[in-house]
Design a protein around this ligand. Structure first.
Ligand SMILES: C[S@@+](CC[C@H](N)C(=O)[O-])C[C@H]1O[C@@H](n2cnc3c(N)ncnc32)[C@H](O)[C@@H]1O
Length: 310
């Protein structure tokens, strides 16, 4: 008799090698509803063994030491309850950088790399730009921008103090925290506590990946997301546009004349958001960028040269 990965006894003398654990865990996680069971198993096992995932392939015949196996067993149990792998290992890669994550923050998504790519493209002409990120979460957007553009200055706002704490840790990890001002608050109200200079600052570019899920859509999300990621990072009212509408209306007051607002969105919201911008006299133009799947993903709105909101 030997015990299986969950500690129950199996009538087998087989050794728990890396290969066997990967096979057993893949089948177990699949049965429990993971859509990426093999990848999950590899990431969790590599994390328990403190090695790179690719190294597991040269260790197939090795047995796990008891502490590694205990840690792996705990992680597999939690993944069986569909806790996201990124929360279990405590980080997620985004735009080739590793970000600290916890259940206080949305796990950065590949979709959001489109916003970073388009923002970097726009900033090529403005190497000393001042940039504001609203709803910063892990801080992945401003940190990627700061890492690529050494002379821009950034401000990052989030309503969640716990998220902001993670964003600060990520800023330190990537050594850009001295160029990012982190502010807590509800959208632009975050500036209420700033001194006069802070309150009167205008930006060249405002970026945001705001919450944009409809309330009725929340039920349709996968359990990983619905049960474990922060609702405040996801839902935005009956039509998913509560925050986006406010950003479109309020951003021009915080932009220099001719400044730009760029937001991530759901492709299905593209027409409605473009209408909101085109019908707002504070903006002179609007365009939409597609993601790698050719879906409308980022809206770009340029304010009029003479900023009528002052
Ligand atoms: C979709 S997440 C984006 C996180 C991160 N920027 C990213 O792209 O992964 C939205 C973020 O907005 C924050 N948020 C939600 N409502 C807000 C508000 N009214 N004011 C400021 N931040 C808000 C949430 O706490 C969350 O961190």
């Amino acid at each position: 008799m030997s015990s299986d990965v969950n500690g129950t006894h199996q009538p087998t003398e087989e050794r728990w090698t890396v290969q066997r654990l990967l096979e057993w865990t893949t089948a177990h996680l699949e049965k429990n509803g993971s859509e990426s069971a093999r990848l999950d198993a590899e990431i969790l096992l590599a994390h328990s063994r403190q090695c790179e995932r690719i190294q597991l392939y040269t260790q197939f015949n090795e047995e796990l030491a008891t502490p590694e196996r205990n840690q792996f067993r705990e992680l597999v149990k939690r993944r069986s309850r569909l806790e996201p792998v990124a929360y279990l290992v405590g980080f997620r890669e985004f735009f080739s950088l590793n970000f600290i994550v916890s259940p206080d923050v949305l796990i950065p998504r590949p979709d959001t790399e489109t916003l970073v790519i388009e923002a970097l493209e726009y900033l090529k002409e403005f190497p000393r730009a001042s940039v504001l990120d609203i709803g910063t979460g892990t801080g992945c957007i401003p940190i990627c921008l700061a890492s690529r553009m050494k002379m821009i200055s950034l401000t990052a706002i989030d309503k969640s103090p716990a998220a902001l704490n993670i964003a600060k840790q990520n800023g330190q990890k990537h050594q850009v925290d001295d160029r990012i001002r982190f502010l807590e608050g509800d959208l632009f109200e975050a500036f209420n506590h700033e001194n006069e200079t802070g309150k009167n600052q205008k930006f060249d570019l405002i970026v945001s990946n705001p919450p944009y899920i409809r309330i009725d859509e929340m039920e349709t999300l996968s359990p990983d997301v619905k049960l474990h990621e922060p609702a405040m990072a996801l839902q935005a009212g009956v039509d998913g546009l509560d925050i986006i509408r406010k950003l479109i209306q309020q951003a021009p007051a915080w932009l220099k004349p001719g400044g730009v607002l760029m937001m991530e969105m759901d492709s299905l919201q593209s027409g409605e958001i473009s209408n909101l911008i085109n019908n707002n006299s504070q903006y002179e133009s609007c365009k939409v960028f597609k993601d790698l799947a050719q879906k409308d993903r980022v809206v770009f709105a340029k304010t009029v040269q003479e900023n009528i909101s002052g």
